[in-house]
Design a protein around this ligand. Structure first.
Ligand code: F0G
Length: 363
Protein backbone atom coordinates (compact mmCIF):
# COMPACT_ATOMS: atom_id res chain seq x y z
CA UNK A 1 0.00 0.00 0.00
CA UNK A 2 1.43 3.41 -0.92
CA UNK A 3 0.86 6.54 1.06
CA UNK A 4 0.58 4.58 4.28
CA UNK A 5 0.37 6.72 7.38
CA UNK A 6 1.11 3.87 9.71
CA UNK A 7 4.62 5.09 10.33
CA UNK A 8 7.61 3.11 11.43
CA UNK A 9 6.81 -0.38 12.64
CA UNK A 10 8.77 -2.23 15.25
CA UNK A 11 10.46 -4.33 12.57
CA UNK A 12 12.20 -1.27 11.13
CA UNK A 13 13.46 0.11 14.42
CA UNK A 14 15.60 -1.37 17.13
CA UNK A 15 19.20 -2.41 17.34
CA UNK A 16 19.13 -5.27 14.81
CA UNK A 17 17.61 -3.15 12.05
CA UNK A 18 19.62 -0.03 12.76
CA UNK A 19 23.09 -1.51 13.16
CA UNK A 20 22.78 -4.76 11.20
CA UNK A 21 26.12 -4.25 9.48
CA UNK A 22 27.88 -4.09 12.86
CA UNK A 23 26.09 -7.13 14.27
CA UNK A 24 26.30 -10.88 13.61
CA UNK A 25 23.05 -10.72 11.63
CA UNK A 26 22.48 -13.23 8.82
CA UNK A 27 19.42 -13.72 6.58
CA UNK A 28 18.41 -16.48 9.01
CA UNK A 29 18.50 -14.22 12.09
CA UNK A 30 14.97 -13.37 13.26
CA UNK A 31 14.40 -9.60 13.22
CA UNK A 32 13.45 -9.47 16.87
CA UNK A 33 12.71 -6.03 18.34
CA UNK A 34 11.01 -4.15 21.12
CA UNK A 35 12.34 -0.92 19.59
CA UNK A 36 15.32 -0.94 21.92
CA UNK A 37 18.22 1.50 21.55
CA UNK A 38 18.10 5.04 20.13
CA UNK A 39 18.02 6.31 23.71
CA UNK A 40 18.33 10.02 24.55
CA UNK A 41 21.73 11.70 24.78
CA UNK A 42 20.81 14.64 26.96
CA UNK A 43 22.92 17.78 27.46
CA UNK A 44 22.96 18.34 31.23
CA UNK A 45 24.47 21.76 32.06
CA UNK A 46 23.31 21.90 35.69
CA UNK A 47 24.71 18.46 36.39
CA UNK A 48 27.91 19.48 34.57
CA UNK A 49 28.34 22.35 37.04
CA UNK A 50 27.98 19.92 39.96
CA UNK A 51 30.37 17.39 38.44
CA UNK A 52 32.86 20.16 37.59
CA UNK A 53 33.12 19.88 33.81
CA UNK A 54 32.13 22.33 31.09
CA UNK A 55 30.28 19.91 28.84
CA UNK A 56 28.38 16.85 30.00
CA UNK A 57 25.79 14.56 28.46
CA UNK A 58 23.78 11.75 29.99
CA UNK A 59 23.12 8.72 27.82
CA UNK A 60 19.87 7.65 29.43
CA UNK A 61 19.72 3.91 28.95
CA UNK A 62 16.77 3.68 31.31
CA UNK A 63 14.66 4.59 28.27
CA UNK A 64 15.06 1.13 26.76
CA UNK A 65 11.97 -1.12 26.65
CA UNK A 66 12.64 -2.92 29.93
CA UNK A 67 14.30 0.13 31.50
CA UNK A 68 17.97 -0.76 31.17
CA UNK A 69 20.83 -1.02 28.68
CA UNK A 70 20.58 -4.80 28.80
CA UNK A 71 17.99 -4.76 26.01
CA UNK A 72 20.59 -3.81 23.39
CA UNK A 73 22.58 -6.99 23.87
CA UNK A 74 19.67 -9.21 24.84
CA UNK A 75 17.84 -8.67 21.55
CA UNK A 76 20.94 -9.91 19.70
CA UNK A 77 21.60 -12.83 22.06
CA UNK A 78 17.99 -14.03 21.94
CA UNK A 79 17.73 -13.62 18.16
CA UNK A 80 20.91 -15.67 17.71
CA UNK A 81 19.68 -18.30 20.18
CA UNK A 82 16.42 -18.63 18.24
CA UNK A 83 18.37 -18.80 14.99
CA UNK A 84 20.21 -21.83 16.39
CA UNK A 85 16.91 -23.43 17.39
CA UNK A 86 17.11 -22.81 21.14
CA UNK A 87 13.86 -23.01 23.09
CA UNK A 88 15.16 -21.95 26.51
CA UNK A 89 17.57 -19.23 27.59
CA UNK A 90 19.12 -18.75 31.01
CA UNK A 91 20.93 -16.08 32.98
CA UNK A 92 22.04 -15.28 36.49
CA UNK A 93 21.25 -11.70 37.37
CA UNK A 94 21.22 -8.85 39.83
CA UNK A 95 17.85 -8.02 38.21
CA UNK A 96 18.13 -6.09 34.97
CA UNK A 97 19.50 -8.89 32.82
CA UNK A 98 16.71 -11.11 34.13
CA UNK A 99 14.01 -8.58 33.21
CA UNK A 100 15.48 -8.12 29.75
CA UNK A 101 15.96 -11.84 29.09
CA UNK A 102 12.38 -12.47 30.18
CA UNK A 103 10.98 -9.77 27.90
CA UNK A 104 12.86 -10.86 24.79
CA UNK A 105 12.10 -14.52 25.44
CA UNK A 106 8.42 -13.60 25.62
CA UNK A 107 8.72 -11.61 22.42
CA UNK A 108 10.43 -14.55 20.68
CA UNK A 109 8.00 -17.13 22.05
CA UNK A 110 10.62 -19.07 24.01
CA UNK A 111 11.27 -19.67 27.71
CA UNK A 112 13.56 -17.72 30.03
CA UNK A 113 14.95 -19.13 33.27
CA UNK A 114 16.48 -16.53 35.57
CA UNK A 115 18.67 -17.37 38.56
CA UNK A 116 18.42 -14.64 41.20
CA UNK A 117 20.43 -14.20 44.41
CA UNK A 118 17.74 -14.41 47.07
CA UNK A 119 16.92 -11.13 48.84
CA UNK A 120 19.48 -9.20 46.76
CA UNK A 121 17.44 -8.10 43.75
CA UNK A 122 15.27 -4.95 43.64
CA UNK A 123 11.62 -5.99 43.85
CA UNK A 124 10.48 -4.24 40.67
CA UNK A 125 13.04 -6.16 38.62
CA UNK A 126 11.77 -9.50 39.96
CA UNK A 127 8.21 -8.34 39.19
CA UNK A 128 9.22 -7.49 35.65
CA UNK A 129 10.82 -10.89 35.02
CA UNK A 130 7.79 -12.71 36.42
CA UNK A 131 5.32 -10.52 34.55
CA UNK A 132 7.05 -11.38 31.27
CA UNK A 133 6.57 -15.03 32.17
CA UNK A 134 10.08 -16.07 33.18
CA UNK A 135 10.75 -19.06 35.39
CA UNK A 136 12.55 -17.41 38.31
CA UNK A 137 14.69 -19.44 40.67
CA UNK A 138 16.03 -17.92 43.88
CA UNK A 139 19.46 -19.13 44.99
CA UNK A 140 20.80 -18.72 48.49
CA UNK A 141 23.96 -16.98 47.39
CA UNK A 142 25.27 -13.82 45.73
CA UNK A 143 25.46 -13.00 42.02
CA UNK A 144 28.91 -14.49 41.46
CA UNK A 145 28.01 -18.02 42.59
CA UNK A 146 24.66 -17.78 40.76
CA UNK A 147 26.57 -17.08 37.56
CA UNK A 148 28.76 -20.13 38.23
CA UNK A 149 25.58 -22.23 38.41
CA UNK A 150 24.21 -20.73 35.18
CA UNK A 151 27.49 -21.43 33.40
CA UNK A 152 27.59 -24.98 34.73
CA UNK A 153 24.00 -25.67 33.69
CA UNK A 154 24.26 -24.20 30.21
CA UNK A 155 27.51 -26.06 29.53
CA UNK A 156 25.84 -29.35 30.33
CA UNK A 157 22.17 -28.95 29.37
CA UNK A 158 20.20 -27.73 26.35
CA UNK A 159 19.85 -24.17 27.60
CA UNK A 160 21.45 -21.05 26.09
CA UNK A 161 23.44 -18.75 28.37
CA UNK A 162 22.56 -15.08 27.83
CA UNK A 163 24.80 -13.48 30.45
CA UNK A 164 27.28 -10.95 29.09
CA UNK A 165 29.93 -13.64 28.60
CA UNK A 166 27.79 -14.39 25.52
CA UNK A 167 29.60 -12.39 22.76
CA UNK A 168 26.28 -11.45 21.10
CA UNK A 169 25.39 -9.47 24.22
CA UNK A 170 28.59 -7.45 23.91
CA UNK A 171 28.09 -6.86 20.19
CA UNK A 172 24.60 -5.51 20.85
CA UNK A 173 25.63 -3.33 23.76
CA UNK A 174 28.35 -1.74 21.61
CA UNK A 175 25.57 0.01 19.67
CA UNK A 176 25.29 2.55 22.48
CA UNK A 177 28.80 3.76 21.62
CA UNK A 178 27.78 4.09 17.95
CA UNK A 179 24.75 6.18 18.91
CA UNK A 180 26.84 8.54 21.05
CA UNK A 181 29.30 9.06 18.19
CA UNK A 182 26.47 9.51 15.66
CA UNK A 183 25.04 12.35 17.76
CA UNK A 184 28.27 14.06 18.85
CA UNK A 185 29.95 13.65 15.45
CA UNK A 186 32.97 12.04 17.12
CA UNK A 187 33.78 10.16 20.31
CA UNK A 188 33.57 12.17 23.56
CA UNK A 189 36.77 12.87 25.51
CA UNK A 190 35.59 10.86 28.50
CA UNK A 191 32.94 8.18 28.96
CA UNK A 192 32.00 7.30 32.55
CA UNK A 193 29.82 4.34 33.48
CA UNK A 194 29.09 1.96 36.37
CA UNK A 195 30.91 -1.37 36.29
CA UNK A 196 29.72 -4.65 37.79
CA UNK A 197 30.37 -7.80 35.79
CA UNK A 198 32.50 -5.83 33.31
CA UNK A 199 30.46 -6.56 30.19
CA UNK A 200 29.24 -3.06 29.41
CA UNK A 201 32.60 -1.31 29.71
CA UNK A 202 34.03 -3.99 27.40
CA UNK A 203 31.20 -3.41 24.94
CA UNK A 204 31.65 0.36 24.85
CA UNK A 205 35.37 0.09 24.30
CA UNK A 206 34.86 -2.44 21.50
CA UNK A 207 32.22 -0.15 19.97
CA UNK A 208 34.33 3.00 20.06
CA UNK A 209 37.29 1.18 18.52
CA UNK A 210 35.14 -0.42 15.82
CA UNK A 211 33.59 2.93 14.86
CA UNK A 212 37.01 4.51 14.55
CA UNK A 213 38.29 1.62 12.45
CA UNK A 214 35.24 2.06 10.21
CA UNK A 215 36.21 5.71 9.74
CA UNK A 216 33.15 7.21 11.42
CA UNK A 217 35.21 8.82 14.20
CA UNK A 218 38.72 10.15 14.61
CA UNK A 219 39.27 9.73 18.34
CA UNK A 220 38.70 7.36 21.24
CA UNK A 221 37.42 8.30 24.69
CA UNK A 222 39.10 7.84 28.02
CA UNK A 223 36.94 5.28 29.83
CA UNK A 224 36.21 5.73 33.49
CA UNK A 225 34.60 2.81 35.32
CA UNK A 226 32.77 3.54 38.58
CA UNK A 227 32.62 0.73 41.13
CA UNK A 228 30.91 0.76 44.52
CA UNK A 229 33.58 0.90 47.23
CA UNK A 230 32.25 -2.27 48.86
CA UNK A 231 32.22 -4.13 45.55
CA UNK A 232 35.31 -2.84 43.78
CA UNK A 233 37.38 -5.84 42.64
CA UNK A 234 38.65 -4.00 39.56
CA UNK A 235 39.91 -1.10 41.69
CA UNK A 236 41.52 -3.43 44.23
CA UNK A 237 42.92 -5.79 41.61
CA UNK A 238 41.53 -8.90 43.27
CA UNK A 239 38.10 -10.55 43.70
CA UNK A 240 35.91 -9.49 46.63
CA UNK A 241 34.45 -12.42 48.55
CA UNK A 242 31.34 -10.73 49.98
CA UNK A 243 30.57 -7.61 47.95
CA UNK A 244 28.49 -5.06 49.84
CA UNK A 245 26.78 -1.91 48.55
CA UNK A 246 23.33 -0.35 48.30
CA UNK A 247 23.88 -0.39 44.51
CA UNK A 248 22.46 -3.89 44.13
CA UNK A 249 22.80 -4.02 40.33
CA UNK A 250 26.60 -3.84 40.61
CA UNK A 251 27.03 -5.89 43.79
CA UNK A 252 29.53 -8.20 42.11
CA UNK A 253 32.83 -9.45 43.51
CA UNK A 254 34.17 -11.56 40.66
CA UNK A 255 33.50 -9.87 37.30
CA UNK A 256 33.18 -12.42 34.50
CA UNK A 257 34.63 -10.00 31.92
CA UNK A 258 37.62 -9.10 34.09
CA UNK A 259 40.32 -9.05 31.37
CA UNK A 260 38.35 -7.11 28.76
CA UNK A 261 37.17 -4.62 31.38
CA UNK A 262 40.75 -3.99 32.50
CA UNK A 263 41.82 -3.69 28.85
CA UNK A 264 39.12 -1.04 28.26
CA UNK A 265 40.32 1.05 31.18
CA UNK A 266 44.05 0.72 30.51
CA UNK A 267 44.07 0.92 26.69
CA UNK A 268 41.85 4.01 26.82
CA UNK A 269 44.15 5.62 29.43
CA UNK A 270 41.24 5.56 31.86
CA UNK A 271 40.80 3.86 35.19
CA UNK A 272 38.42 2.30 37.68
CA UNK A 273 37.37 4.46 40.60
CA UNK A 274 35.73 3.33 43.81
CA UNK A 275 32.89 5.53 45.05
CA UNK A 276 31.18 5.15 48.41
CA UNK A 277 27.48 4.44 48.77
CA UNK A 278 27.09 8.01 50.05
CA UNK A 279 28.70 9.36 46.87
CA UNK A 280 26.51 7.12 44.71
CA UNK A 281 23.31 8.24 46.46
CA UNK A 282 24.31 11.89 46.27
CA UNK A 283 24.94 11.60 42.53
CA UNK A 284 21.66 9.68 42.13
CA UNK A 285 19.74 12.55 43.73
CA UNK A 286 21.58 15.29 41.84
CA UNK A 287 20.92 13.67 38.44
CA UNK A 288 17.19 13.65 39.20
CA UNK A 289 16.90 17.04 40.90
CA UNK A 290 19.14 19.00 38.55
CA UNK A 291 18.07 17.48 35.25
CA UNK A 292 14.82 15.56 35.63
CA UNK A 293 16.51 12.25 34.86
CA UNK A 294 15.54 9.46 37.26
CA UNK A 295 18.02 6.61 37.13
CA UNK A 296 18.56 3.76 39.57
CA UNK A 297 21.25 4.22 42.25
CA UNK A 298 23.72 1.84 40.55
CA UNK A 299 23.38 3.91 37.40
CA UNK A 300 24.71 6.96 39.17
CA UNK A 301 28.06 5.32 40.01
CA UNK A 302 29.50 6.62 36.75
CA UNK A 303 28.43 10.18 37.58
CA UNK A 304 29.88 9.86 41.09
CA UNK A 305 33.14 8.47 39.68
CA UNK A 306 33.44 11.31 37.18
CA UNK A 307 32.91 13.95 39.86
CA UNK A 308 35.47 12.22 42.07
CA UNK A 309 37.94 12.06 39.18
CA UNK A 310 37.55 15.80 38.42
CA UNK A 311 38.02 16.66 42.12
CA UNK A 312 41.17 14.52 42.19
CA UNK A 313 42.54 16.36 39.15
CA UNK A 314 42.47 13.23 36.99
CA UNK A 315 39.84 14.52 34.54
CA UNK A 316 40.15 17.99 33.01
CA UNK A 317 37.27 20.41 33.50
CA UNK A 318 37.47 21.13 29.75
CA UNK A 319 36.70 17.55 28.71
CA UNK A 320 33.52 16.69 26.81
CA UNK A 321 32.08 13.95 28.97
CA UNK A 322 29.29 11.40 28.67
CA UNK A 323 27.87 9.58 31.68
CA UNK A 324 25.92 6.43 30.96
CA UNK A 325 22.90 6.14 33.23
CA UNK A 326 22.28 2.45 32.78
CA UNK A 327 18.86 1.81 34.33
CA UNK A 328 15.60 3.58 35.16
CA UNK A 329 14.94 4.88 38.66
CA UNK A 330 11.54 3.22 38.90
CA UNK A 331 13.31 -0.15 38.99
CA UNK A 332 14.96 0.42 42.35
CA UNK A 333 13.20 3.25 44.17
CA UNK A 334 13.88 2.21 47.76
CA UNK A 335 16.41 5.01 48.23
CA UNK A 336 14.25 7.67 46.57
CA UNK A 337 12.56 10.15 48.89
CA UNK A 338 9.04 9.20 49.97
CA UNK A 339 6.05 11.27 51.04
CA UNK A 340 6.76 10.39 54.67
CA UNK A 341 10.09 12.24 54.38
CA UNK A 342 8.18 15.46 53.72
CA UNK A 343 6.58 17.69 56.34
CA UNK A 344 3.54 16.46 58.30
CA UNK A 345 0.22 16.23 56.41
CA UNK A 346 -1.90 19.39 56.20
CA UNK A 347 -5.64 19.90 56.55
CA UNK A 348 -7.28 19.47 53.13
CA UNK A 349 -8.11 23.14 52.62
CA UNK A 350 -7.06 25.75 50.09
CA UNK A 351 -6.00 28.10 52.90
CA UNK A 352 -3.78 25.58 54.70
CA UNK A 353 -1.89 24.54 51.54
CA UNK A 354 -1.55 28.15 50.31
CA UNK A 355 -0.18 29.23 53.69
CA UNK A 356 2.31 26.34 53.79
CA UNK A 357 3.56 27.18 50.29
CA UNK A 358 3.62 30.95 50.95
CA UNK A 359 1.72 31.57 47.71
CA UNK A 360 0.96 35.12 46.57
CA UNK A 361 -2.76 35.74 46.05
CA UNK A 362 -4.04 36.75 42.58
CA UNK A 363 -4.85 40.47 42.46
N1 F0G B 1 24.14 -0.69 35.74
C1 F0G B 1 23.06 -1.45 35.89
C2 F0G B 1 21.75 -0.78 36.09
C3 F0G B 1 23.18 -2.86 35.84
O1 F0G B 1 22.10 -3.60 35.99
C4 F0G B 1 24.44 -3.43 35.64
C5 F0G B 1 24.62 -4.89 35.61
C6 F0G B 1 25.55 -2.58 35.48
C7 F0G B 1 25.35 -1.22 35.53
C8 F0G B 1 26.93 -3.09 35.28
O2 F0G B 1 27.12 -3.60 33.99
O3 F0G B 1 27.75 -5.90 34.63
O4 F0G B 1 28.12 -5.04 32.32
O5 F0G B 1 29.49 -4.21 34.21
N2 F0G B 1 23.69 -5.71 35.84
C9 F0G B 1 23.80 -7.16 35.65
C10 F0G B 1 22.43 -7.81 35.81
C11 F0G B 1 24.88 -7.80 36.41
O6 F0G B 1 22.35 -9.00 36.17
O7 F0G B 1 21.43 -7.16 35.55
P1 F0G B 1 28.20 -4.75 33.77
Amino acid sequence: MTGSTRGVTSDERGVLARYASFLPVTPATPRLSLQEGDTPLIAVPRLAAWVGVSELFVKFEGMNPTGSFKDRGMVVAVAKAVERGARTIMCASTGNTAASAAAYAARAGITAVVLLPRGKVAGAKVSQALAYGARAIALDTGFDAALDVARGLTARYMVELVNSVNPHRIAGQATAAYEICDILGDAPDVLALPVGNGGNISAYWAGFRRYREAGYTTSLPVILGGQAAGAAPLVLGHPVESPDTIASAIRIGRPASWETAVAAATESHGEFRAVTDAQILEAYREVARREGIFCEPSSAAGVAALRDSVAAGRTSADATCVCVCTGHGLKDAQFAPGLDDQAAPLPATVEAVAAALGLAERS
